[in-house]
Design a protein around this ligand. Structure first.
Ligand code: FUC
Length: 757
């Protein structure tokens, strides 16, 4: 409070509160920062989001651009995917020329952005966030002297919405062709100076947005707000649609107008610190559950702006464990920002500036949407997995109908490769897609041990997908069961017995049998599925020792295709592990042949694969390969993956699965639990000799806090979040014990008890 008093005056106390709340100074590895404004949406602007409202902020000093999204703004219907849409922008003409001391940052430990600079002798500072509890974006523009803000601002829209102003509130109201209605409300507050609405249209002499990156396509509305000699400005934005995840209601709920008005009205601009504090507390309740330290970077390296640091990491091969730590936590930041209760994270999370984004920015079922959720359970964001599971359940009524048209002999449902939010899909059918989704329903149970969830939510879904395959599988004369007309994404012939299909069905049947056993349900059907699992065509080893991608031994050792679908059984499946040494070795031969390159998500998957091979050094090579600095804005996937200066994963173009898959991969390097025991430090690379992790979750209902030094486990604390019997492994040492839910036990590096429960 003292701090606030001292610094109040013209210089806003808000930024200070944002950074003083909850903890003193943000750690260097929590802050992405740059010494220039963003020059491109995809590679340099910085993301904010509360799970349904998202924004990309440029931090410009001439004309600021805030591009925003709502993740339910989709075209499409029950027979077609549609495209995820851009919503609109806020442009704020500030005319702060020749800034010096410029710094733009995103603090991922608070989900707050800040921009600071000096222009015309005045020191400016901006703070921005999108609050989940308040469901608004707030951006505050402050300065250390009065009268620094003179300019004009616009709220724009990507679909010709009607834009009007009432007082200092601008409203955009629109409707898409599929009947989706939407609205945005932007309220502007000022201190000092004057603020007025102008309805005369944009200045005709020149385009005021010339020079603003990505703004060429934007049509400026007639309405703008003019501000003159203001000391500070505060922007409050709320936006939403009338989408509802319910086919029975035609996917449409109430118009968002009243609710948006309520959200904006609820923000008390004279007590903004409350909004900030509430946001930080809410965000940190998720973010802080998982902490990681992979070692200390050289202070000169750690002190550089993030883009330069990333360049040095790639070009000079610097050792920078704190950058790696930041990248892992950034994945968690992105998930918290894009998956919180509403729709799940799509190919770009929820950030999108185009009405025709690559691959529709959709829910892609042959690897991508699944990879988005690999990190949720292990990195202690279990409830953020639910938006994906709820989304799938909401689509099932339509999936059933479409599936019946395509597979008239099958009960149950499955999906196409490209999927929207109205049940519709496009591109080829992906028959094992639903079985892969079913794995996610199982995993949420496997990590939480929540039996009520298993019984009421997961089990019916898993069982219905089993019924699809019960009807779709083809029995050969020798009794072998094969999936007909399969396709290993996205190459090779369409034929029966493709490994991708066979392995995913095996995984589905395994999860079903375990679920039925846990619940003591459907004994006869459980036995039937267990028998069918036994008859499935199994993985085969080919002529060069590889795990075959197809039933026919035709794998080309020079094939470096980005998809590695025939290794599903290794990860995320559990059919192949060190317990099946021949297949384990064959999978390794295949992965080596595929190489260490690929698109962003392909590299991320390879981190997970090498972790499952218990080869930490190779997993680490893949992490570094994924973290290759790239700055191209092209879309040619032959360019290979990497990350942009804003640490967004480059497919290319930006695709968020690689971010999420990498965070999951590092968790997989530190702890694994897919084979019934909790394996500690299974793939620790030489690059991280000393470190710690806390709040990492394992299947069975446990969280783990580990420390290691000189490459060996030093201590482990196991806390039961519901699990009772644990089997812990480190190297060849194994220790079994039981814990009461809520209790913890601390062990040393050789698994001897230090602190009993
Ligand atoms: C799959 C991949 C592509 C891309 C697309 C969104 O089809 O093969 O590389 O990631 O999804």
């Amino acid at each position: 409070m003292m701090l606030i008093k001292i610094f109040s005056g013209f210089f806003s106390a808000l930024a200070l509160i944002a950074f003083a709340a909850a903890e003193s100074v943000p750690r260097a590895e929590s802050v992405l920062w740059y010494s220039q404004p963003a020059r491109s949406w995809m590679t340099e602007a910085l993301p904010l989001g509360n799970g349904s409202l998202g924004a990309m902020v440029f931090g410009r000093t001439d004309t600021e651009r805030i591009q925003f999204n709502v993740n339910s703004l989709w075209t499409g219907h029950e027979k077609d995917t549609g495209h995820y849409q851009a919503f609109g922008d806020i442009f704020i003409q500030l005319n702060h020329a020749a800034p010096t001391d410029y710094r733009r940052e995103l603090d991922i430990s608070r989900a707050v952005q800040r921009v600071r600079y000096v222009s015309g002798g005045k020191r400016y500072e901006r703070t921005a966030l999108i609050s989940h509890p308040a469901k608004v974006m707030v951006k505050h523009f402050g300065a250390d002297q009065p009268g620094g803000y003179t300019g004009r601002l616009w709220l724009t829209d990507m679909h010709d919405a009607k834009i009007t102003a009432d007082g200092s509130r601008i409203t955009a109201v629109g409707r898409l062709e599929n009947g989706l209605e939407y609205e945005a409300q932007l309220a502007v507050f000022s201190k000092g100076g004057k603020l007025r609405v102008e309805n005369s249209g944009p200045p005709s002499e020149s385009n005021p947005l010339a020079g603003v990156p990505g703004a060429q396509h934007v049509k400026l509305p007639a309405v703008s707000l003019v501000f003159e000699a203001c000391d500070s400005l505060t922007l409050v934005l709320a936006a939403d649609t009338n989408y509802t995840p319910d086919a029975a209601k035609g996917w449409r709920g109430v118009h968002p107008h009243a609710e948006l008005t309520r959200r904006v009205d609820a923000v008390r601009v004279d007590a903004l610190q409350d909004v900030f504090r509430e946001h930080i507390v809410d965000y940190q309740s998720l973010f802080k559950r998982f902490q990681l330290s992979l070692g200390k970077s050289d202070s000169v390296i750690a002190g550089k702006p993030t883009d330069q640091r990333l360049l040095a990491y790639t070009r000079d091969k610097t050792r920078d464990p704190q950058l790696e730590e930041m990248f892992v936590q950034y994945g968690r930041y992105l998930l918290i920002s894009s998956s919180r209760g509403g729709l799940p994270a799509n190919l770009q999370g929820l950030w999108n500036e185009s009405n025709k984004p690559m691959w529709r920015s959709d829910y892609h079922s042959n690897i991508n949407v699944q990879m988005n959720y690999w990190l949720a359970e292990p990195t202690n964001l279990s409830e953020l997995h639910l938006p994906f599971l709820h989304y799938v359940r909401s689509q099932i009524p339509v999936y059933r109908e479409r599936t019946r048209e395509e597979y008239p002999k099958s009960r149950g449902w499955t999906v196409r490769t490209e999927n929207g939010i109205h049940g519709g899909g496009s591109f080829v059918w992906n028959p094992p897609g639903s079985a892969w989704y079913a794995l996610h329903f199982w995993e949420h149970y496997a990590f939480t041990g929540d039996l009520a969830y298993l019984r009421d939510i997961a089990y019916p879904v898993i069982k219905e997908v089993c019924q699809f395959w019960e009807d779709a599988l083809m029995e050969r004369p020798d009794g072998t069961l094969v999936a007909p007309k399969g396709w290993s994404p996205e190459h090779g012939p369409v034929e029966a017995g493709v490994s991708y299909d066979q392995q995913i069905i095996y995984d589905l049947f395994t999860n079903y049998v375990e679920a039925a056993d846990k619940l003591g349900l459907d004994r006869a059907y459980r036995d039937k599925i267990a028998t069918m699992r036994g008859k499935l065509l199994k993985p085969k080893i080919g002529s060069w020792g590889q795990l075959q991608e197809w039933e026919t031994d035709r794998d080309n050792p020079k094939d470096d295709h980005r998809h590695v679908s025939h290794l599903f059984a290794l990860h995320p499946g559990r059919q192949i592990s060190s317990l099946s040494p021949d297949l384990f070795e064959a999978a390794k031969v295949s992965l080596r042949a595929r190489g260490d390159g690929g698109t962003g998500w392909s590299r991320a998957w390879k981190i997970n694969f090498w972790a499952r091979f218990r080869d930490g050094d190779h997993a680490y090579v893949m992490l570094r390969n994924l973290m290759t600095a790239v700055n191209n804005v092209g879309t040619d996937m032959r360019d290979g993956g990497g990350v942009y200066p804003n640490l967004f994963d480059a497919h290319p173009p930006f695709q968020i699965d690689g971010n999420f898959g990498a965070s999951a991969g590092v968790a997989e390097m530190l702890v694994q639990s897919q084979t019934g025991e909790i394996d500690l430090l299974p793939a620790l690379p030489a690059a991280w000799p000393d470190g710690s992790v806390s709040g990492l979750c394992a299947r069975g209902g446990f969280t783990l806090d580990l420390t290691w030094s000189a490459g060996r486990l030093a201590s482990v604390r196991v806390t039961s979040t519901g699990g009772t019997n644990a089997r812990l492994r480190v190297g060849d040492q194994v220790r079994e014990f039981s814990l009461r839910p809520g209790a913890s036990i601390s062990l040393d590096g050789s698994l001897k008890t230090i602190d009993p429960p």
